[in-house]
Design a protein around this ligand. Sequence first.
Ligand code: GLU
Length: 463
Amino acid sequence: MTITRFAPSPTGYLHIGGLRTALYSYLWAKKNGGKFLLRIEDTDLKRNSIEATKAIENAFEWVGLKHDEKIVYQSQRFDIYKKYIQQLLDEDKAYYCYMSKEELDKLRESQMAKKQRPRYDNRYRDFSGTIPKDIKPVIRIKTPIGKTIEFDDGIKGKISVKVDDVMDDFIIARSDMSPTYNFVVAIDDALMGITDVIRGDDHLSNTPKQIVVYNALGFKLPNFYHVPMILNPSGKKLSKRDGAMDVMEYKNMGYMPEALLNFLVRLGWSYGDQEIFSMDEMLSLFDPHDINKSASAYNSEKLQWLNAHYIKNAPTKRIIKDLEFFELKIIDHDQKELLVDALKSRAKTLKEFALMAKSILFDPTEYDQKAIKKFLNEDSLQILQNFTKFLKSLNKTPHLPIEFEEIVKEFLQKNELKMKQLAQPLRIAMVGSAVSPSVYDVMSIIKLENIIKRVEKLLMEHQ
Ligand code: GLU
């Protein structure tokens, strides 16, 4: 069974790069009928916060990636790590190192002066001399000196590193006996039964050390996939300004989770030139072996394009519910379907959708001055004046867009006017600007009485 995991350190929010590796891990597990687990790497008690853990959980809930089983918290597993530290000591695969910080600094300085890579010289490995007093030792693991560590990365291919080039006998427990990062990651992945580790390639240099731990403890190695980073359009590390922000910020900006996931799956993976992927399609088509070998570039226009696509195709009910997040409740409006349909293909984000909807539902509080300059003059004001008179003289109340269309056409014909002479001034009166969906749809949503009221308000302010 394929078991994957996402293992964030809760030092901040869930970032979109993290969400992408989580998505890849989720898809790969679910595609194979396996499990996707969540582990919170909260051993750094100073830097971690409960709020950050909560924020990560909220983000997962919003995008709808459900993890299996209970969340594993590293901070609750110190006893397990202790047991394995003891096991390695007992088996002579790890040892106490009494080197003081001053000694280590001195060693580093002399190595650097000789242009050598600074490293611990393994001096307490198989040490038989007198143990220095007053030094709280650390525990180091015996690395396979002189050997080569090799593994097949599912994305990068064969990785081969000489132990002596990349590590010394590294610390597995600090002097306060707290275990170190690479040690606990390897233990957790092994004990959680993780078969496939999919993570950012910023962790590639940790993998050989983790393999040393796996081997020392006799654990079976998982498959590794190191995913190249997401860069900004100019090829630099993604910054906050480029989009490297809290996943929940995307919710605040009005993105739909489907659009974000679709965007992320394509950032670094492709299937022919297909751009739109439903969750079902992602599940059937995704394979981490097809992840690109090179970094991918964040493209905010693509995200907007995808979001517009998902808004356009979302069921009306869903949009109505989502709009509540943007403080717009239209569930009781008798023309809610018409309103949503009219805006579905115009809004790139739900936030924009809510703004547009509000501009139709509520009387304008201000007018777009550019539009006023362009479209309001003596003639157009006169047309609006006549139009209200005409609306007031109607002996039946129109409701449907088609009824409004008939009325407008009748008015235009009687007054020998063209639609464009009425449309923009009328839009400005109704929604405050010259951009809106079909005038007839808007009229039908606003209703006769309010149209008259809004036109009269504009006329009063521009007399
Ligand atoms: N906790 C690590 C991070 O947040 C991820 C560790 C891993 O995936 O192995 O970057």
